[in-house]
Design a protein around this ligand. Structure first.
Ligand code: MN
Length: 204
């Protein structure tokens, strides 16, 4: 069995209340993220060359993954990596705005923090069906906002995700039902900009 392990949540299930409810966090982490982790490990079993790589390396090389396991690795490896990032970019002490270099880069790219926030929110809310909203760095160190379908990861197109928002219904349905827009506007209150800035500094 390959060795990817489910990371612990860095806070309690109820830490992001009232914006994200405890029951959603518990099911999301203990069932959904655990499921992606187990299925990723099962798919990689017996594929020694892949088992020794990091999840980022595997996703960057998704087109070279053997065809019989490629879809399983795409879905579950993406799910594993996306959720591993997602927990860390939220915090009970989150919200507000970034500062320093990340703030400057966001203003340069999107015009202002408010415009970035609007673009990101519209992109995430407009993703049809299940997927993610992203703030990523490309190979040239430029920021982009886009969404991906299902569990597709920005690593699959050579980008580095520094902020991600899960817009699968399992991320919000218990508390928000069909109101994805309310989930997104509340989510900004828990975004951990210190962590996103760290991701930015380490990735560029
Ligand atoms: Mn999810």
């Amino acid at each position: 069995m390959a060795g990817f392990t489910l990371p612990d949540l860095p806070y309690d299930f109820d830490a992001l209340e009232p914006y994200i409810d405890a029951r959603t966090m518990e099911i999301h982490h203990d069932k959904h993220h655990a499921g992606y982790t187990n299925k990723l490990n099962a798919a990689l079993e017996g594929h020694g060359a892949l088992e020794s790589k990091s999840i980022e390396e595997i996703l960057r090389g998704i087109d070279g993954v053997p065809e019989d396991i490629r879809t399983a690795v795409r879905n579950n490896g993406g799910g594993y990596a996306n959720h591993s990032l997602f927990w860390t970019v939220m915090s009970p002490d989150g919200g507000g705005e970034p500062d320093d270099d990340l703030a400057a880069a966001i203003a340069d790219t999107f015009g202002s923090f408010a415009q970035f926030k609007e673009t990101f929110s519209n992109t995430a809310s407009g993703r049809f069906g299940s997927g993610w909203g992203w703030l990523v760095l490309d190979g040239g160190g430029n920021l982009h906002v886009y969404s991906t379908a299902n569990q597709d990861s920005p690593y699959m197109q050579g980008h580095i995700p520094i902020l991600g928002l899960d817009v699968w219904e399992h991320a919000y349905y218990l508390h928000y039902q069909n109101r994805r827009g309310d989930y997104i506007s509340n989510w900004w209150n828990v975004v951990d900009w210190a962590q996103v800035a760290k991701n930015f500094e380490e990735s560029r």
